[in-house]
Design a protein around this ligand. Structure first.
Ligand SMILES: O=C(O)[C@@H](O)C(=O)CO
Ligand SMILES: [Mg+2]
Length: 279
């Protein structure tokens, strides 16, 4: 069975944020992930993670803002990332450095950077140079740190206007970064990878088994995430048959994490039957 990481922004919302690591550990999750840790100081997270004894394997860089307070407020204010937004490069860099401080202090190896949404009337092709330049800057910033930067294709139903929607566009971005001179680490580890959220991938493109076969072997996927489609509830209903996908992920030799990033339909613990069935 894959190793599952509980997403602390969507699961365990019945608990205060800093108590969620312990709750997830009690339920047998081997790892944790979070979208935005910035409402709490680093030291409080260090204590909460140490008490739970589980690694935080993924977090997001701020979607906007330069300080923890601005980063904490940005999502609710409607921000969805600035990496592809011309004119916000300084803010991108400040937010990214803040994310690195958290990640390094908390031992988080993966940082997801959100691209942002197209301003009215803008075309993707107009934003792509900014996106590539910001990713290149951020990747070089990470060199030698052990951190990996992730980009995630996200569906347009949940995030209208979002810049990056398709898996092949994500991999094309990686091609362009490499063609532009971005080198891997000396040990061959890539500095930028794709976060493949099977929920978004099903909403946008479908054919998930073939997509997994195509992309997992590429060495360019840094993290997987799951949820039911279409309701983004527990992975035990809807269009995707997760027992099949878990077997396939194992058969393809995936040793990374699978993030449980869904909205529990009737309470986190009440909805963990899929997790117990998965072993
Ligand atoms: O799929 C998602 O929504 C997340 O992985 C994320 O980081 C942005 O909200
Ligand atoms: Mg996701």
């Amino acid at each position: 069975m894959p190793r599952f990481a509980a997403n602390l922004s969507m699961l365990y919302t019945e608990w205060p944020l800093l108590q969620r690591p312990q709750a997830a550990a009690e339920d047998g999750f081997e790892g944790l992930e979070i979208q935005f840790p910035y409402t709490e100081p680093v030291a409080a997270w260090q204590d909460a993670l140490a008490a739970a004894g589980r690694p935080l394997v993924l977090m997001n860089a701020p979607v906007a803002g330069r300080t923890p307070a601005e980063a904490a407020a940005a999502w609710t204010a409607g921000e969805r990332g600035v990496a592809a937004l011309p004119g916000r490069e300084d803010e991108f860099r400040a937010g990214f450095d803040l994310a690195c401080q958290y990640a390094l202090a908390l031992g988080v190896p993966r940082l997801h950077v959100l691209a942002g949404c197209l301003p009215p009337g803008a075309q993707r092709s107009e934003l792509q140079p900014t996106y590539l330049a910001n990713l290149r800057w951020a990747a070089e910033r990470l060199r030698g740190s052990g951190l990996t930067l992730l980009i995630e294709p996200i569906n347009l139903r949940d995030m209208p206007g979002y810049f990056l929607n398709r898996q092949d566009h994500g991999h094309e971005i990686l091609d362009l970064l490499e063609a532009g001179g971005l080198q891997p680490e000396a040990d061959g580890r890539r500095l930028v990878q794709v976060q493949m959220d099977l929920y978004h991938a099903q909403v946008v493109e479908g054919d998930i088994s073939r997509k997994l076969e195509r992309w997992l072997g590429s060495g360019r996927v840094g993290h997987l995430q799951i949820a039911a489609v279409p309701d983004r509830g527990e992975p035990d209903a809807g269009e995707l048959h997760h027992p099949h996908l878990f077997r396939l992920i194992d058969a393809l030799g995936w040793t990374g994490w699978v993030g449980a990033e869904y909205r529990p339909r009737a309470g986190t613990r009440a909805g963990l039957g899929w997790r117990h069935a998965a072993g």
